[in-house]
Design a protein around this ligand. Structure first.
Ligand SMILES: Cc1cc2nc3c(=O)[nH]c(=O)nc-3n(C[C@H](O)[C@H](O)[C@H](O)COP(=O)(O)OP(=O)(O)OC[C@H]3O[C@@H](n4cnc5c(N)ncnc54)[C@H](O)[C@@H]3O)c2cc1C
Length: 456
């Protein structure tokens, strides 16, 4: 049986940064990353424009080395205003220190010269405030999908060169206490032992984390879930914003329900993509730094936050149920609808889609999102689009495309034993799976923070 000092479950940015820091502080430490997906360079999605998602058991878009961020736009938020609540947990100064550490490691391994840093912008903030919108603003480093990918490859190579064992196709099913410390039981029959365990399983590891918490008596609290759509329109509509701050992230409190809606995950010149979350196909978006790969569109998510109170405590299931409904009526695909059709109460069909001035960048099924989203969520999304139209005229055009559904699950939040995010003795949690992070920088920062706690 293989034995290590530290086992890291999950090879996303959180797990990679944790391993990196452990090696920096304790070069002799025996570290193993246990990942259910494959090597980064082997991560290939078999979906094509014509076939769409083919429902792989382990989705190469979200699983494998570099995690959910592998094919992302590589936007690193150099602040705490969004992308998680690490600032609230550790205090802004400490959180910023660890975000800076992520940036230091990235800079060391990033070989490209296309990196841009976008600064915050007071004029745009004011323009939004004057229209009842709140622009969340901070400095953002943009690597782009291609440079992000090669930077991650370089970090992984560096870990390998330092003797970190990088397992692939090892889906950890459960964790038991053992004489050595802990034993990880994998789906392929392998058992791996370690003294410390860092759980870095991201959003996709929610089921694993849930059963871990049940098995080891870790209490969980369920908080919000975000449900909505991916919106696509001509890139020029948001050019005033994107040329200055790169990524507008805007909050809106809707008029009818006074719910919080957010516009985020903006991709300038990007494409809409489909994502397979254990069999449920949802929408997402990417963009490339390489100008040759830019499209004439931009896309972003509009999500409405729902916070459930007693007796309901399964927000993830709720979001999955809605996304599954979209899959049912679209024959296992993402739905797409013109905004003009939605407000007129009719479905979009192939004919109307063909005539649309905004060309869809994802082969989705033309349909009717109002048959999927509950009235409250739909009203929130429509009101938010009209509100955004005031600062980016054209946003609520008839030809704007809405893809459904997009959800962000970060509902299970374990109760930590201490400020080091320890769940039970010597088992820690980091990244998106912790319910604290929602982005690359904070997930990586949390990995480094926990590595420091272990090596102290
Ligand atoms: C399309 C897309 C674009 C994004 N763009 C950005 C962006 O530009 N900027 C930004 O800040 N954030 C972005 N994000 C969010 C960002 O990717 C995540 O916040 C980040 O990846 C979280 O890191 P993590 O290490 O916590 O988890 P993940 O990156 O999700 O990694 C978790 C890893 O654990 C593995 N795993 C899960 N369960 C098990 C198990 N039981 N056994 C073994 N392995 C397991 C998974 O296969 C996965 O590789 C994007 C996300 C997506 C999906």
């Amino acid at each position: 049986m293989k034995q290590f000092d530290t086992l890291i479950i999950g090879g996303g940015i959180g797990g990679l940064m944790a391993a990196y820091r452990l090696k920096e502080k304790t070069p002799d430490m025996r570290i193993c990353i246990v990942e259910r997906g494959v090597e980064l360079e082997k991560r290939v999605c078999p979906a094509s424009k014509s076939r769409g998602c083919v429902h792989c058991k382990i989705c190469s878009i979200t699983s494998g080395y570099a995690g959910a961020g592998a094919f992302s736009d590589g936007k690193f938020n150099l602040g705490t205003a969004y992308g998680g609540t690490l600032g609230e947990e550790l205090g802004d100064d400490v959180a910023m220190h660890y975000i800076d550490e992520v940036d230091r490691i990235l800079t060391r391994h990033c070989e490209g010269n296309q990196v841009q840093v976008f600064q915050s912008n007071e004029d745009l903030k004011r323009k939004c405030l004057q229209n009842n919108l709140v622009l969340l603003d901070m400095n953002v480093k943009h690597l782009g999908t291609d440079l992000n990918f090669t930077t991650m490859l370089n970090i992984i190579d560096c870990l390998r060169a330092q003797g970190v064992e990088l397992l692939t196709r090892h889906n950890v099913e459960h964790v038991e206490k053992s004489d050595f410390g802990y034993a990880l039981y994998c789906e392929n029959g392998q058992v791996i032992e370690g003294k410390y365990v860092i759980i870095a399983t991201g959003r996709g590891g929610a089921n694993f984390l849930n059963s871990f918490c049940k098995q080891h008596g870790v209490k969980t609290t369920s908080n919000s879930v975000d449900i909505g759509v991916r919106v696509e329109m001509k890139d020029s509509i948001w050019r005033d914003f994107s040329s200055q701050i790169y990524e507008p992230k805007i909050l809106y409190r809707t008029k009818t329900f006074e719910d919080r809606c957010r516009m985020f995950c903006f991709n300038q010149g990007g494409i809409v993509s489909a994502e397979n979350n254990h069999g449920i196909i949802t929408a997402n978006g990417h963009s490339f730094a390489d100008p040759a790969r830019k499209t004439e569109n931009c896309n972003f998510a509009i999500l409405s936050s729902i916070h459930f109170t007693e007796p309901f405590n399964q927000p993830t299931e709720y979001a999955e149920y809605i996304s599954r409904l979209a899959n049912i009526i679209s024959n296992g695909n993402v739905l797409v609808q013109r905004f003009g059709d939605l407000v007129r109460g009719r479905r979009t069909n192939e004919h109307r889609l063909q005539q649309n001035t905004v060309r869809p960048t994802l082969k989705a099924t033309a349909g009717d999102i109002s048959l999927v989203l509950p009235h409250r969520l739909l009203t929130n999304i429509i009101e938010t689009l009209y509100a955004l139209d005031r600062v980016a005229p054209g946003c609520a055009n008839d030809d704007t495309l809405l893809y459904g559904c997009e959800s962000k699950y970060y509902s299970i939040r374990p109760v930590f034993k201490n400020e080091h995010f320890e769940l039970i003795d010597n088992v820690f949690i980091i990244g998106d799976g912790s319910g604290i992070c929602r982005g690359l920088s904070q997930s990586g920062a949390m990995g480094i923070y926990v590595a420091d706690a272990i090596t102290k």
